[in-house]
Design a binder for this molecule. Sequence first.
Ligand code: SF4
Length: 370
Amino acid sequence: MNCGIYIHIPYCIKKCPYCDFYSVIYDDCSASEYTDAVISVIQSYKGRRADTLYFGGGTPNLMGAERIGKMISAAKACFGLSADAEITLEANPESLRRQDISAFKKAGVNRLSMGLQSANENELSSLGRRHTNEDVVYCVREAKKAGIDNISLDLMLGTQGQSKASLLNSIEFCAALNVSHISAYMLKIEPNTPFYKKRALLDLPDDDEAAELYLFAVNELERRGYKQYEISNFARDGAVSRHNTKYWRGEEYVGIGAAAHGFENGERYYYGRSVKDFIASPLSRTSDGEGGGFDEFFMLNMRLCEGVSLSELAQKFGAALPQSFYSKIENFAKAGLIIKSGGRISFTPKGFLISNSIISDLLYVLESYD
Ligand code: SF4
């Protein structure tokens, strides 16, 4: 089976106060050394085939089309990336608009994922984002002109000052741009971020209000043709992220770069959070143990709206699923949290809101079964 390739690009112009992704301030010389280090890892692979390549960050567009093109060429040569491979570049609209977007397309990028977060100025400024709506409009227009039609925008839910009306404005902004994909993530206050330090001062929606915003977003996105296919992801005309779907299906992917994670030959692994260490020793990574077990399979697949097939689940479990498991499912279905249909189970949008606790509950039933 073809795997995916994830390349972490750990550079940003400035740190956003809520973000805990690993990144350092962009430096041109370091970016060139980093590119060489990534290519040396790519070239260490022989005989593995891939059909998706994802540049995540950080702010990957800061690398420029030439370096991105070199990494894509190396991946094509070593992983036999096919002509229809999905090649995604995460980008920040503020810096991307100062670049030649068509050069990224020529380098091989055919999918763009941009952090819009909100189309409302007050929300953007409370998130410490410096781009404008005009930057986003410009980048989407230029990307489409260059032939990149598969464009995703990120929206953030549960931010300071967000209301249903302001969220609707952001959703309508995305829909008017006619992008093919939208990711809508709930703001999480992560330790070791400036937001965490001043969390007591942040005026964030409480859990019930945040849940309402999520259900509102699901409904409004669906009304505009963005079909939910994962807990936080919505696509028009089947433009699902092929790369990210590999994660949720528990499929294997090669991870490369500082702070990147990967899953190969049944083993999960990660790289340390240091650009310097990665450049000095690009092939050294740390094992995170065996992956692909039953719990992981269940948790990851239940993120998808298609859920899991009960027969596949039983096969992974190694025995028929116990009656107590089915009784739990019936109760969750009666409560409108789970759908049971065509031999599969999946979450409703309401179920997604408490999916962690439902999954723990179901796993507990299975673990207690003798
Ligand atoms: S949110 Fe994006 S642009 Fe902001 S610091 Fe994190 S990775 Fe960089």
